[in-house]
Design a protein around this ligand. Structure first.
Ligand code: PHE
Ligand code: ZN
Length: 872
């Protein structure tokens, strides 16, 4: 893709306040897909804290028509993406700019674009400058008044932020709507929508007695798929008032779905815009996982109204200020919604599993960066698992260190100090610490803040020593992170007797390279249960033996560590086989431990499913110095086949015991039972491939056909496809025919095939074939992700091929996507982040493919930055 601007490195230490403030903006849009006219009237004032200087505005891919200051034309120059006005007055002035842009040509989906015949915007991080010239930076906050004009028939719904002031008719079948948002906001929170949509509406009363109108806007046929999102929104509202005392500050809160969207959703003030994949759900088309993801994304965007909008970021280096905090809030919300302690633990396990699968590899690879990055070329490349998920873990550690009540007090102080401001991660840290003087945090604040500045996953080693004579147990903890300074690591530690007695639980704060902690009055040698609830985002080497892990698996009061023991037992075996270059053979002790989990009379189905699911291939790879993706896959597959065979009777029992009668509800208990039934079914179909049995593939096919919800239907289909069963083909074509009118379900159809465990190159061959399918398109991000990303980022054994064909395919797709949508292309480019750890012949072939992308002259900044970091 042709780029006018040259790549410049932006540094955090170079932050300077803007030379001007924009206090109010009056925007008007004459909407037309080919050429939209934008008129922007701004009240501008010089920032007296900054000496004289020109007014420099950002603008990209715009056609400038005129610039007026106080109604008079003024001289200006354009330099790349900048509009420079040297003669801007010192006194406050009115600035008027007129320009056009071309929404229908905007395939990057940043700025103003068209999708499904409507207009939508996406302005975070720097999309507003693709709509009009502006000081497009988050510390410039203005009050917006917006007038939209468009054809009434094609675009009956006209929305923008805030309150609706006026609507009316115009000539030529056009109409208008005028909106006003009373809250000053940065340009990245601006939004407009003009489309043919319908809304589900709900009026609610908040705790404080205020009335609010909630609306969820979607295309006509999708209205029945919005009930879950509406319920999630109402629950979010109630939760934020109850837990943090944060009410909704607007009379009207709107949510809009759009099919073409680069991310999950966007928190524009009062007008959240959602990828339909993060909004629409019905039992027939969405899985349990979709229902829970929608609940958490609706909550996430709603929570941003305070953490992000009322208090925003001073600059983009502070992104985790809003994202880490808001992910933490949505994770807490999901846990509170789940209810029971064990359902909460399941939430936590799922969050940690995805942290380890996505963020740990990132922190060890080419794109490793601190939670608060120090530099970037393209900010879009820093909407990462580190900023979001590790950022959330950092916020969780504040809460662990100051306690729940202390954290709530800290949040209160944060809003008292900073409501209406654009601030930094330091401001947040200071508020939490100042509200908790004398806490374990306040006394170590500077050291704690290394979590913001030091990249990498710290490694913690723990060794225990029991002294029978003094009845003391001494735990020695040490940490390292590539030679960087010690971090403050809260290690929630329990001691468990070999018979299962809970002996102690304590918060140990490791803040030096090495420290010892002594527990008194311990009558017999205990098993340490460290890092309970995953109290810090570290890699732990606790040196526990199989026998000790089995004690924890059986008895640990902390459900997270119970699950962790199951994973460690599996991981140890997989790693041993991979390291030895030997086929994996499961031992009876492990198999019997898994059997007792599966048969356990009290454990939840959801927990059983998580414990019996083997560690992900990406997380396994993180434990190895040299990575052979095929060897890892072979070991995991062998473990699966042996578990399928050895536990066959137990799988049958689990499958039978977890059939749900009656209607579908996505509650955690039912979802857990469906998950376990689906795992059991996939194990039974897998074992049938080995034994030649035809009963279970037949039952899976029957269940696939008869299912009354998508979770069961897709689970049965996955069982067939993942086992490469013969019936998979006919099930796949039936599924496609049945859901051809449901794009989000067709995405699942693509993704399932692209993620199928590799067997003799079949999965890769299928992806290449599907890339030519009539339903495939790189232009729709969801579709591109469903096929291409599924292969390159989530199916290592299909992607990393000895013949390099996976890498050739990747390079072709990155280059093709870059011409359409650089942000999405940049994300696909990241599939090669960890190439330097690959074994030969993968490593050399990977380098060649990366070099081929690098050699292309016209690359976006997005892809260029990723590729250059990979080659650095
Ligand atoms: N700020 C959005 C969120 O976290 C994510 C997003 C970023 C969406 C950039 C679009 C573009 O909810
Ligand atoms: Zn967010």
């Amino acid at each position: 893709m042709m780029r006018e601007g040259t790549a410049t490195l932006i540094r955090r230490e170079d932050y300077a306040a803007p030379a001007f403030w924009i206090r109010t903006v009056d925007l008007s849009f004459d909407l037309d897909p080919a050429k939209t006219l934008v008129t922007s009237k701004m009240q501008v004032e010089r920032n007296t804290a900054v000496a004289h200087g020109p007014l420099v505005l950002h603008g990209e891919e715009l056609n400038l028509l005129r610039v007026l200051i106080n109604g008079e034309s003024v001289s200006f120059r354009q330099d790349g993406h900048l509009l420079i006005i040297e003669g801007a007055p010192d006194a406050d002035f009115a600035l008027e700019i007129r320009n056009t842009c071309a929404p229908e040509k905007n395939t990057a989906l940043s700025g103003l674009y068209t999708s499904g015949g409507g207009f939508f915007t996406q302005c975070e991080a720097e999309g507003f400058r693709r709509i009009t010239y502006f000081l497009d930076r988050p510390d410039v906050m203005a009050v917006y008044t917006v007038t939209l004009r468009a054809d009434k028939k094609k675009y009956p719904v006209l929305l923008s932020n805030g309150n609706l002031l006026e609507t009316g008719e115009l000539d030529n079948g056009r109409h208008f709507a005028k909106w006003h948002d009373p809250f000053p906001k940065p340009s990245y929170l601006f939004a407009l929508v003009a489309a043919d949509l319908v809304a589900r509406e709900q009026r609610v009363k908040s705790r404080s007695g205020k009335d609010h109108l909630l609306q969820v806007y979607v295309r006509r046929g999708d209205l029945e798929k919005t009930e879950h999102a509406m319920n999630s929104l109402i629950a979010s509202l109630v939760w934020d008032e109850a837990r943090f005392g944060l009410p909704l500050d607007l009379e009207r809160f709107m949510v809009v779905g759009v099919s073409d969207f680069n991310m999950g959703a966007m928190e524009n003030k009062g007008l959240n815009i959602f990828n339909t994949s993060a909004l629409l759900a019905s039992p027939a088309t969405a899985t349990d996982a979709d229902f829970s993801r929608i609940e958490s994304i609706v909550a996430h965007e709603y929570f941003h109204n305070w953490t992000g909008n009322r208090v925003t970021c001073r600059d983009w280096f502070q992104l985790s200020l809003k994202e880490g905090l808001t992910v933490f809030r949505d994770q807490e919300f999901s846990m509170d919604m789940a209810g029971t302690p064990s359902a909460r633990a399941v939430c936590r396990i799922q969050d940690v599993r995805s942290l380890r699968a996505m963020q740990f590899p990132e922190d060890g690879g080419a794109m490793a960066h601190p939670v608060r990055p120090d530099q970037y070329v393209e900010i879009n490349n820093f909407y990462t698992a580190t900023v979001y998920e590790k950022g959330s873990e950092v916020v969780r550690m504040y809460q662990t260190l100051v306690g729940r009540a202390g954290f709530e007090a800290g949040m209160k102080l944060y809003f008292e100090r900073h409501d209406g401001q654009a601030v930094t991660c330091d401001d947040f840290a200071a508020a939490i610490a100042d509200a908790n003087p004398g806490s374990a945090l306040a006394s170590r604040l500077d050291a704690f803040k290394r979590w913001y500045s030091q990249p990498g996953t710290p490694r913690v080693q723990a060794r225990g020593h029991y002294d029978a004579a003094t009845q003391t147990y001494t735990l020695t903890l040490s940490q390292s992170n590539k030679g960087q300074a010690p971090q403050v690591i809260p290690v929630v530690t329990g001691l468990v007797g070999h018979d299962g007695t809970a002996l102690a639980e304590q918060l140990l704060v490791l803040d030096a390279a090495e420290q010892s902690f002594t527990f008194e009055n311990i009558a017999a040698e205990p098993v340490p249960s460290l890092l309970r609830g995953f109290s810090a985002p570290v890699l732990l080497d606790d040196g526990l033996s199989d026998a000790e892990l089995l004690v924890l698996l059986k008895h640990d009061a902390d459900a997270f560590n119970r699950w962790e023991a199951s994973q460690r037992l599996a991981l140890n075996r997989i790693l041993a086989a991979v390291r030895a270059g030997q086929p994996l053979v499961l031992d009876a002790a492990y198999v019997e431990a898994m059997r007792s989990v599966l048969r356990h009379p009290e454990l939840d189905a959801a927990f059983k499913e998580l414990a019996l699911t083997l560690p992900g291939e990406a997380y396994i790879a993180e434990q190895l110095e040299v990575v052979d993706p095929q060897a890892i896959h072979a070991a995991v597959e062998a473990a699966q086949i042996q578990l399928a065979q050895a536990l066959r009777e137990d799988w049958i029992a689990a499958f039978e015991a977890n059939q749900i009668q009656g209607g579908y509800t996505p509650d955690p208990v039912s979802a857990g039972r469906r998950a376990l039934a689906n795992l059991a079914l996939s194990m039974l179909v897998l074992d049938a491939q080995r034994s030649g049995d035809t009963v279970w593939p037949g039952r899976a096919y029957q269940r696939f056909k008869d299912a009354t919800n998508m979770t069961d239907r897709l689970g049965a289909l996955a069982a067939l496809v993942n086992a490469h069963a013969e019936l998979a083909e006919s099930a796949l074509s039936r599924f496609h025919a049945q859901f051809k009118g449901e794009p989000l379900v067709i995405d699942k159809w693509f993704a399932l095939q692209a993620r199928a465990p590799e067997r003799e190159g079949k999965s890769f061959a299928r992806v290449k074939q599907l890339a030519m399918h009539a339903d495939f398109s790189l232009k729709n991000p969801n579709r591109a992700r469903s096929l291409i990303f599924s292969l390159a980022l989530f199916n290592p054994a299909a992607f990393h091929r000895a013949d390099a064909a996976g890498y050739v395919f990747w390079a072709d797709q990155v280059l093709a996507l870059d011409g359409i949508n650089p942000q999405v292309a940049g994300r696909l480019a990241r599939a090669m982040d960890r190439w330097t750890t690959l074994a030969e012949p993968y490593r050399s072939a990977a380098r060649e493919a990366i070099a081929r992308v690098a050699a292309k002259a016209e690359l976006s900044n997005d892809v260029r930055e990723i590729i250059e970091r990979q080659l650095a």
